[in-house]
Design a protein around this ligand. Structure first.
Ligand code: LFR
Length: 467
């Protein structure tokens, strides 16, 4: 009987239940269930449909049961930074506001009045982003202080879902590192910072590492899905899981985890919290085995996904890619990390307005807009690789791209060309695989990170694209 490991990987635009087993020394992945995720407007804020997402998690678990493939263990990962506050009866206080919501506007100022940006970075090593949990919690403190008063616990979303499955609350390290409230060197809560900000210290409890067992399904969940299963903490931050499955040799090399966001960086054994690093907008997120994910957040395929949505999904990604190729001579470029691209009503308008404001030719056709988006992303990759090489005082000759975005042939070509580096593309389901790898490490099937990555190399085809 095959032993199955279930990875539930939820991204900003979709979630999936991937079931893994080992056959002839290779990992075999099977998609059991897929569902849509999206931002919804609620009480004037962009929110997640937290109850529906949990229902979808249960639907996917039931799909495994229906197929007669009962997982030995399972793990859940999602995007970072978002959380719920729970009252004494474990009910969510307020709405589950999403990180793209504008509630954090001005919160960076509030925080910097207490701790300067320089000091904050020196302590936490986290790149300044409007949506970091630290700014979201400040927004709660300013706008709904009663929620903080009433809160008995605080959980990031993957841990909240696991709590619903098991009744156990466990905060996990890689995701906790995205809050901007951890001390980068001690890897524990910076309690002084939490006190200085006037947040509630009691909410920030013990932090557990990937591989930790959370518990088994509660009797209620067992009754609903028809079986029991052990729930494990993977790197619950999706990017942490994705980086675990980047097929690097000895942890060496530049990677891009390419999805809604493009996370481009390297793996380090120690954090780099210098002023120079802060100015380059590089972050030190926590990784499996305390390997730091030293990377830059790049707006990523969100731009292309949003264009597609703005065109009412009339065109497939392939259509859009083809139209971009047909306009490869179009030369206007945008700074993909400009705040206007974070959550615009219409992405095409936002791109056009950027070009207009910067005195460049305004893209008119869909192909021109797409070419501008693609080439601007590749340009940002090249700049980011340059920043990383500058800080680390070394050169890299290749980039490993993993995640759904690595299937985009045109972006891979442009990336190779813009960076002058060989691109290796794959695996596609990097995040789900990283989630599974943490489970394999938890049960001793895989010894360590190096073995995990060699397992990926042995199991999945990797495409090579020369510059
Ligand atoms: C990618 C990701 C990024 C994080 C962003 C918001 O899905 O997790 O790593 O910066 O989403 O949480």
């Amino acid at each position: 009987m095959a032993k199955y490991y279930l990875a539930v990987d939820i991204g900003a635009s979709s979630g999936r239940h991937m079931l893994a087993s080992i056959e002839n020394g290779k990992i075999v992945l099977e998609e059991m269930y897929r569902f849509k995720n999206q931002l919804v407007e609620k009480n004037g804020h962009l929110c997640w449909e937290i109850d529906r997402l949990f229902q979808e998690i249960l639907n996917g678990i039931k799909a495994c049961g229906k197929a007669g493939k009962i997982p030995y263990s399972m793990g859940i990962d999602t995007w970072g930074v978002d959380f719920v506050l729970l009252d004494k009866d474990d009910r969510i206080l307020g709405d589950t506001v999403a990180y793209r919501d504008s509630r954090t506007e001005g919160m960076d100022k509030k925080v910097s009045e207490i701790v300067s940006e320089e000091e904050l970075y020196a302590r936490t090593g986290i790149q300044k982003q409007s949506f970091n949990t630290i700014y979201q919690l400040m927004a709660v403190k300013e706008q709904n202080p009663e929620y903080l008063d009433q809160a008995e616990s605080w959980l990031m979303l993957p841990s909240y879902f696991k709590f619903l499955l098991t009744g156990q609350k466990k905060i996990e390290y890689t995701n906790a590192s995205t809050t901007g409230l951890l001390n980068a060197k001690t890897r524990t809560w910076d309690m002084e910072l939490i006190r200085e900000l006037g947040l509630k210290e009691s909410l920030f409890g013990e932090i557990f590492m990937p591989g930790t067992e959370v518990g088994n399904f509660t009797p209620e969940i067992q009754a609903e899905v028809g079986f029991d299963c052990k729930v494990i903490l993977p790197a619950t931050h999706d990017t942490g899981s994705a980086v675990l499955s980047v097929p690097m040799e000895n942890g060496e090399g530049i990677y891009i985890s390419s999805g809604t966001w493009s996370l481009m960086g390297v793996e380090n054994k120690t954090p780099i919290c210098t002023e120079e690093s802060r100015e380059e907008n590089l972050t030190n997120e926590g990784g499996v085995d305390y390997r730091y994910r030293y990377l830059r957040n790049i707006m990523g395929l969100w731009i292309i996904q949003s264009i597609k949505r703005n065109l009412e999904d009339k065109y497939s990604f392939n259509d859009l890619e083809r139209m971009a190729r047909e306009n490869s001579g179009f030369a206007s470029r945008v700074d993909v990390n400009d705040a206007r691209f974070m959550a615009p009503k219409n992405m095409i308008d936002a791109i056009q307005s950027y070009c207009r404001d910067t005195g460049q030719k305004v893209p008119e056709s869909i192909g021109e807009v797409m070419q501008c988006a693609y080439a601007s992303l590749a340009k940002c990759y090249a700049q980011s690789a340059g920043s990383i090489e500058k800080i680390l005082c070394r050169k890299y000759d290749c980039i490993r791209i993993v995640g759904g975005g690595c299937q985009d042939g045109y972006l891979n070509e442009l990336t190779a060309r813009a960076t002058g580096k060989t691109v290796y593309a794959g695996p596609v389901e990097a995040t789900a695989l990283g989630n599974v790898l943490a489970q394999l490490m938890a049960d001793g099937t895989v010894a360590d990170v190096e073995e995990a990555r060699s397992f990926i190399r042995a199991s999945f085809p990797i495409k090579k694209i020369e510059p």
